[in-house]
Design a protein around this ligand. Structure first.
Ligand code: CA
Length: 223
């Protein structure tokens, strides 16, 4: 799946693209209204993440022009403003969802998943070592046994299962599970890894969360 990110703040754009890439999306970025519209008109994207305040013309205008040209790509609109009028204008212009800045990574991902689920494009589960993570119910499942996860445990599990055995750094986990503006520290990651280990073992999974000192964590299926 490919997401077009139209956002003029370079750092935010980069973080968004990185976050999406970590969750298995391909991304392309545009930094102003006119080039964003040009990209979007190709209709090749599964989702457009659209900022409201952009150079050239704004996100409302872009959404209106896109819908006027019969391009139905779902739009998630981002803005610093969260007033009702803006939300109504965004939805009227053709946005499917509205997210006010600042937002947490998991909020954005939840929105994206909600939009894609409506489109019938969402992945239902992630699997590793005979264990699966059900993305709809936030449960870990191994054979007949299952364990429900808290929101943080779920995001942590999602990061590790998405990486499918590759190392995920503690910094990445902090950003993806706790958000950019959070004051969580590496110790939080360790605590939640502990919770997740207990749940994996409670359902009889052979999947272990291994720590690579100073680098991060990864999944390993033990025989
Ligand atoms: Ca902006």
């Amino acid at each position: 799946m490919t997401v077009l990110v139209i956002e003029d703040e370079r750092l935010l754009s980069e973080s968004l693209c990185e976050l999406l890439a970590q969750h298995g999306f391909m991304t392309e970025a545009a930094y102003d209204g006119p080039s964003g519209l040009e990209f979007a008109l190709t209709g090749v994207y599964d989702l457009i993440v659209l900022d409201v305040l952009l150079p050239g013309f704004d996100g409302f205008e872009l959404a209106r022009r896109l819908r006027a040209r019969r391009v139905g790509t779902p739009i998630l609109m981002l803005t610093a403003r969260s007033g009702l009028d803006d939300r109504v204008e965004g939805l009227d212009a053709g946005a499917d969802y509205y997210l006010a800045k600042p937002f947490e990574a998991r909020e954005l991902l939840a929105c994206i998943n909600a939009i894609l689920r409506r489109q019938g494009k969402q992945v239902e589960e992630l699997s590793f070592g005979g264990t699966s993570l059900d993305l709809a119910s936030a449960e870990l499942v191994c054979a007949e046994r299952s364990a429900r996860l808290s929101a943080r445990e779920f995001e942590l599990a999602r990061c590790l299962f998405s990486a499918a055995g590759r190392i995920v750094s503690k910094e990445t986990l902090l950003v993806k599970v706790w958000g950019w503006e959070s004051e969580a520290v590496e110790n939080n990651v360790e605590v939640y890894v502990g919770f997740l280990r207990k749940k994996l073992s409670a359902i009889g999974s052979c999947v272990k969360i291994k720590a690579q000192r100073s680098l991060g964590y990864y999944l390993e299926a033990e025989a």
